[in-house]
Write a protein that binds this ligand. Sequence first.
Ligand code: SAM
Length: 246
Amino acid sequence: MHFDILTIFPDFFDSPLAQGMIRRAVQDGIVTLAVHNIRDFAEDRHAMTDDRPFGGGEGMVMKPEPLAAAVRHARGQVTGGGSEAAKVLLLSPQGQSLNQELAAELAAERHLILVCGRYEGVDERFRASYVDREVSIGDYILTGGEPAALVLLDCLTRLLPGVLGCDASAANDTFSPGSRGGLKYPQYTRPRVFEDREVPEVLLSGDHAAIADWRLVQAVRRTARRRPELLKAADFTPAELRLLAK
Ligand code: SAM
């Protein structure tokens, strides 16, 4: 999968892209990445990427021409059919909220161009002509789209086959089909006793059926207590939901 990131702060991505899972995915050739400075596509001699809003009001607005030129450049970077299939995603608090379902849908794409807004956002005509989809990472306002692009990149990369050591771990995560759309059960590791708290006995029993039952009960209870709204959409059977009463 290929990602192009369009930003006026390309250095923002230096360290995060050089760490952990994303770095490995790039090394293994599962992900290819390019970060483009939108300023390089500005047409005037001051490399301006923003200007005052028509009609007045606060802040600055990102100009459409550098953004459009950067998108055209990014589309042309990938050969072999990928460029035609590229989807342009604008990170925006007004977009569709990112969740695990949307992540799975986007992870099936071959080429994503992630556009990071700044200031008051981007000129509406750029959005209308070039943006296929707007994605929000939550109902709050960031200073810029860069942290949101990183969140999206991280979340999609770990869904790509071969990226995690064990592909089942993404499938069984909280919100994922293996957890029926609910929260995952609690996890423990060594030592067996930590500050007087013991690992639940059943997890040491070696009885795989009993461990699976315990985990299911914990997952249903946890979902009901912490995120009751998820229970409606979660795929727990009536029998499993009755475990809540136990
Ligand atoms: N004036 C805009 C509004 O009221 O909708 C907010 C602009 S925000 C300060 C600047 C940029 O940060 C946005 O263009 C977008 O790229 C990014 N951004 C802010 N919050 C975001 C969120 N929750 N999800 C994704 N991107 C966000």
